[in-house]
Ligand binder design. Structure first.
Ligand SMILES: NC(=O)c1ccc[n+]([C@@H]2O[C@H](COP(=O)([O-])OP(=O)(O)OC[C@H]3O[C@@H](n4cnc5c(N)ncnc54)[C@H](OP(=O)(O)O)[C@@H]3O)[C@@H](O)[C@H]2O)c1
Length: 383
C-alpha cells in the first residue's frame, strides 16, 4: 500500500493548523429554513474554527443549540454572537477551562494524537452524555481487502504505546494508526456513549488543501486536460457541510457506533465526477479531457492523489467504503453541482496570490509535457 493512501486524509491540527479563511459571513453556510432541533443541547465543539468546525457551529446555532468551542484561539475568524469560546492548548494538556462544566455532547474535530483524546476523556467523561470523534477512513487496514465497511479491520500500532506519540514524534505514515488509537481511547472513556465518524476526503468551500478544488478550477480553465486511468475508477468525497450538519444531527440522536462518512449516495467514477463538474460550470467552455493510463502517468512522474487529485489509482477499495450505515442514520448529500459551484465561487473570492498557487493538482507545464509525450506515442487513451 502506498504511503499516500495511508496518510492521505486530514492531519489538520498537527501540521497545517487551522485552515480558516478570515472574516466572512460565518462559514458562508446558508442556514435558511433549518428547523430547530426537538431538544436544544449544550454542545462543546473541540476545534470549531478550522475547516469543518465552523459549519458545525453555524448549523448547531441554527438548530437552536448552545455552542461552546475550545481551541487555542489562534484563528482570526469572528465567531457568531452567543458562541462561547474557551481556550487551551491540547499539546500542553491545558484543559482547565473545561473543568467543572457539563455538556450534553462533545464533538472532537482535530485530534490525531491519542493522548489528546485520553486527556480530554479524563476531564469530560463524567460530564458529558455523548462524545463524537471525527476519525477517518484511513484507519482501515486496506491490505488484501476488496470491500470495506465499518466492521473491517483497522490498523494497530506496534512500535510502542500510541499514548506516548507527541507532535514531535508523529509522522504522516502513522496517521491512520494514530486515528485508530484515538478511536480506541474514545471507546475506553465513553463506551457506548462514543460515536465514531470516519470521513473520506472532505471537500467544498473553505478547504485549504485544494484536493477537490483543483478539478473545478482546472476544468473552468478549459483546454486539454489530463485525467487519470480509464475514467471508471471509483471516487468518494464528502462535502464538509454535509458532514458537519450530519455530525450535529448525530449529536442530537445520540446514535452510538462507527460510521463511514462518504459520498455521494451511489457509486461515483472519476469520469462521472469530472463530467459532473463540467456540467456544473457555466459559460461556453472549450475543453477536452484526455484519459491517460495509470502506468503511463506513473512512468512520467505524475502522482495519484497529490497531482491527480481525489484519485488513488485503478479500482482502489479505499474509494468505495460502504456508507449504508451512515445513510440509514441520516447522512444526506448536496448534489455534486452544488459542491462544485460553491467551491469555485469561494476559491475565486480568495486573494489573487492564493488563487495563483494551488496546493494540489498537476502544474500546467507538466500537464502539457505529459500530454505531448502521450500524443507523440500515438497512444490510445484509457486504462
Ligand atoms: N480534510 C480531510 O479530507 C479529512 C478527511 C478525513 C478525516 N479528516 C479529519 O477530520 C478532522 C477535521 O478537522 P478540521 O480541520 O475540519 O477541524 P476544525 O475543528 O475545523 O479545525 C481544527 C481546530 O483545531 C484547533 N486546534 C489546533 N491545534 C490545537 C491545539 N493544540 N489545542 C487546541 N485546539 C487546537 C484549531 O484552532 P486553534 O489553531 O486556534 O487552536 C481549530 O479550531 C480532523 O480530525 C481530520 O483528521 C479530515
Amino acid at each position: 500500500m502506498s504511503l499516500d493512501r495511508r496518510e492521505f486524509l486530514g492531519l489538520s491540527a498537527l501540521g497545517a493548523g487551522a485552515l480558516g479563511t478570515g472574516p466572512m459571513a460565518f462559514a458562508g453556510l446558508d442556514t435558511t429554513g433549518i428547523a430547530a432541533a426537538e431538544r436544544p443541547l449544550r454542545l462543546l465543539i473541540l476545534g470549531g474554527t478550522g475547516f469543518t468546525g465552523p459549519f458545525q457551529v453555524a448549523y448547531a446555532r441554527a438548530r437552536g443549540h448552545e455552542v461552546t468551542v475550545f481551541n487555542r484561539g489562534r484563528n482570526t475568524q469572528v465567531l457568531p454572537e452567543a458562541v462561547e469560546q474557551l481556550t487551551g492548548d491540547r499539546h500542553l494538556g491545558e484543559l482547565d477551562a473545561l473543568r467543572g462544566r457539563r455538556w450534553d455532547a462533545v464533538i472532537d474535530n482535530p485530534s490525531t494524537l491519542p493522548h489528546w483524546v485520553h486527556d480530554m476523556g479524563k476531564v469530560l467523561h463524567e460530564h458529558t452524555e455523548r462524545y463524537l470523534f471525527i476519525s477517518t477512513v484511513s484507519v482501515y487496514d486496506f491490505e488484501g481487502l476488496t470491500h470495506i465497511d465499518e466492521d473491517s479491520p483497522v490498523l494497530s500500532y506496534s512500535d510502542g504505546d500510541p499514548l506516548d506519540i507527541r507532535a514531535e514524534t508523529f509522522t504522516p505514515a502513522i496517521y491512520g494508526h494514530m486515528k485508530a488509537a484515538c478511536e480506541h481511547e474514545a471507546r475506553r472513556w465513553y463506551g457506548e456513549r462514543a460515536t465514531i465518524i470516519r470521513p473520506t476526503l472532505i471537500v467544498g468551500p473553505r478547504d485549504g488543501t485544494d484536493r477537490f478544488t483543483y478539478w473545478p478550477w482546472r476544468l473552468a480553465r478549459g483546454g486539454d486536460i489530463v485525467a487519470p486511468g480509464d475514467g471508471l475508477d471509483p471516487v468518494q468525497i464528502i462535502d464538509a457541510r454535509d458532514l458537519a450538519e450530519w455530525t450535529v444531527r448525530m449529536a442530537e440522536s445520540g446514535a452510538p457506533g462507527n460510521y463511514n462518512a462518504a459520498g455521494p449516495r451511489s457509486r461515483l467514477t472519476m469520469a462521472e465526477q469530472l463530467y459532473g463538474i463540467r456540467a456544473a460550470l457555466s459559460g461556453d467552455l472549450e475543453l477536452q479531457i484526455h484519459w491517460l493510463p495509470a502506468a503511463f502517468l506513473a512512468q512520467h512522474g505524475v502522482s495519484a492523489w497529490s497531482e491527480m487529485t481525489t484519485w488513488f489509482g485503478p479500482r482502489d477499495p479505499v474509494s468505495e467504503v460502504g456508507i449504508e450505515r451512515a445513510v440509514a442514520a441520516g447522512l444526506s448529500f448536496r448534489p455534486l453541482a452544488t459542491t462544485t459551484a460553491d467551491t469555485l465561487e469561494w476559491f475565486r473570492s480568495q486573494p489573487a496570490e492564493r488563487q495563483a498557487t494551488l496546493r494540489a493538482g498537476l502544474a500546467a507545464d507538466k500537464e502539457a509535457a505529459v500530454l505531448a509525450a502521450w500524443q507523440a506515442r500515438g497512444g490510445r487513451e484509457g486504462r
